[in-house]
Design a protein around this ligand. Structure first.
Ligand code: ZN
Ligand code: ZN
Length: 125
């Protein structure tokens, strides 16, 4: 799934895990694409570095898409780009604002909050 698709799924589903259908508070089933790596926070299926040290019980399905509470804490919100592809950052009080999971994922992966810099350099003049 692309980050944009992930966000759409996250927006639609709450309660049972949309990947493996476990109830909130339970660890994900093996192979669930929603599960986060307990070491680095990246998607478990995409992280092969921490297969030995990952602890499924420490990253149970919470009833909410992983990362959303962190985004709220950081104040990172976005809305679908009105003039093109993807999403643009916005304030939490904008109608339709959702937690900016892409920004959080990039920040965790790179250690730098430069998600939108990359997009701008790649897509606009
Ligand atoms: Zn799951
Ligand atoms: Zn990892």
């Amino acid at each position: 799934m692309t980050p944009e698709e992930l966000e759409v799924v996250a927006f639609v589903h709450e309660a049972h895990c949309p990947g493996c259908d476990v109830a909130p508070g339970k660890p994900h089933e093996a192979g669930c694409d929603v599960e986060r790596c307990s070491v680095c926070g990246w998607q478990k299926l995409s992280c092969h570095e921490h297969e030995e040290t990952h602890i499924p019980e420490s990253v149970p399905w919470t009833g909410e898409w992983p990362g959303k509470p962190e985004c709220r804490e950081l104040g990172w919100w976005c809305i679908p780009n009105p003039t093109g592809r993807g999403y643009v950052p916005c304030d939490s009080d904008i109608p339709g604002a959702i937690e900016d999971l892409n920004r959080l994922a990039v920040f965790r992966a790179r250690g730098v909050d430069n998600h939108y810099d990359t997009i701008q350099n790649g897509r606009t003049a």
